[in-house]
Design a protein around this ligand. Structure first.
Ligand code: SAH
Length: 391
């Protein structure tokens, strides 16, 4: 294995188990590793400190282990077994739920790897070249850990890998291939489009927040803005909403939403879906909604886009505050990792003040337990939300 030597003092964050090594921390390398190769990392005193995947970029090493161990199939089996045990303890396996995140990158000490489970199909996503190179080994380890519960592994990394052109074909089955594309979340059914869908096909991270919404939906006129595959909409319908309108700028998302609502509530006249821009829809809407969900895509993918992102959240939430009925409930989210809880809350506060509404915070929401945050990697906290009562 090739070796990387750090500059003096740059081992500090690794002693606190932070799993990233930035290019600026590196003093020299024994030999330039290939992208995705496993490397051993040493302090300036030549002391072993970590093993990880090498990649060209600002994060040069993603740490897999702080113990001097081999990164082989057994290593992945051990990590995956712990990830599975965590999910068993959370209680997301079985019952009327067969959809959950099994591996959440750094949160499960596997930086660059995401695995979502939909029934007996796993959708695996590599966000680093190292995980891409190890994909067959990980697939074997996954099969060993999951046993007969796992029939298919779909590998979907076309949009998540850097330099994808040089890595060849990224989407395809590593195991099986005969999937039932209907999965279940808390007893509600939905189609998963492994091939073309965003992320791994469904936004698994909103499960708990959708359940909470169901609780607030009885008798309400609901607007599900940025609906994607309609997750919040079918929960609102089960919760007894009077009407549910789903809006997304993508026609494909609207088609998926309609199909999913139909799967759970065939021919239910309470639901309508609109392919429309959010801002335009909010400006022109006539229906007096008293429950609005705002779950936009990440407005800031990087720190330098932060200022504009905060302005975007303020502008969007202001429109909702201006339009929502008195006594209305607003579920508002940000999934931008670059925007922290306080910044998001300030953006929503600014929106409420400029709309002149009296607003109470009822719940502060976050990502669910199957998207754990490694305590040494606070960057892993990305989803935040507020449930607000608007007088
Ligand atoms: N709430 C969804 C996830 C939302 S993802 C769920 O629970 O699954 C964000 C969605 O916003 C995407 O589907 C994207 O198509 C949509 N979107 C992006 N920009 C938009 C805009 N300007 N107006 C409306 N929808 C938009």
């Amino acid at each position: 294995m090739k070796s990387i030597f750090l500059k003096r003092g740059k081992e500090e964050s690794l002693r606190r188990f932070h799993p990233w090594i930035f290019s600026g921390a590196i003093h020299h390398m024994s030999e330039e590793p290939k992208e995705g190769e496993k490397v051993m990392v040493f302090t300036s005193e030549d002391e072993y400190i970590a093993t990880g995947h090498f990649q060209i970029g600002s994060i040069m090493v993603r740490v897999l282990s702080f113990d001097n161990e081999d990164i082989n199939q057994h290593f992945y089996e051990r990590r995956l077994a712990i990830a599975k045990d965590v999910r068993q303890r959370i209680g997301v396996l079985g019952g009327d739920n067969n959809t959950y995140r099994l591996v959440h990158g750094e949160g499960d000490n596997l930086p660059g790897l995401v695995i979502d489970i939909y029934g007996n199909t796993a959708v695996m996503q590599a966000h680093s070249v190292g995980m891409h190179i190890d994909r067959q080994m990980i697939a074997k380890a996954l099969k060993t850990v999951m046993g007969d519960d796992l029939k298919n592994i779909f590998y979907k990394s076309e949009t998540t890998l850097p330099f994808k052109a040089e890595l060849g074909q990224e989407n395809g089955f590593l195991l099986g291939g005969d999937t039932n594309d209907v999965a279940m979340e808390n007893g509600l059914k939905f189609h998963v489009d492994w091939l073309r869908g965003q992320k791994t096909g469904f936004f698994v991270d909103q499960r708990d927040n959708r359940s909470l919404l169901e609780h607030y939906s009885h008798g309400r006129k609901v607007l599900n803005m940025f609906c994607y595959t309609g997750g919040f909409s079918f929960y609102a319908m089960r919760g007894g909403a009077e009407l549910v309108h789903s809006v997304d700028s993508s026609q494909k998302a609207i088609d998926l939403t309609k199909a999913n609502v139909e799967l759970n509530f065939p021919d239910d006249p309470r639901h309508e879906a609109f392919a429309e821009d959010a801002f335009k829809f909010l400006d022109q809407m006539k229906t007096p909604y008293d429950l609005i969900i705002l779950d936009p895509p990440a407005f800031a993918k990087h720190k330098d886009a932060l200022h504009n992102a905060l302005k975007g959240y303020t502008r969007l939430n202001k429109k909702a505050f201006e339009k929502i009925q008195p006594g209305g409930i607003l579920f508002t989210f940000s999934c931008s990792q670059a925007v922290n809880k306080d910044q998001f809350r300030t953006a929503v506060f600014t929106a409420a003040a400029s709309a002149g509404r009296n607003v109470r915070i009822l719940h502060q929401l976050h990502q669910p337990a199957d998207h754990p945050i490694n305590i040494y990697h606070p960057e892993g906290e990305y989803l935040k939300g507020l449930v607000l009562y608007v007088e």
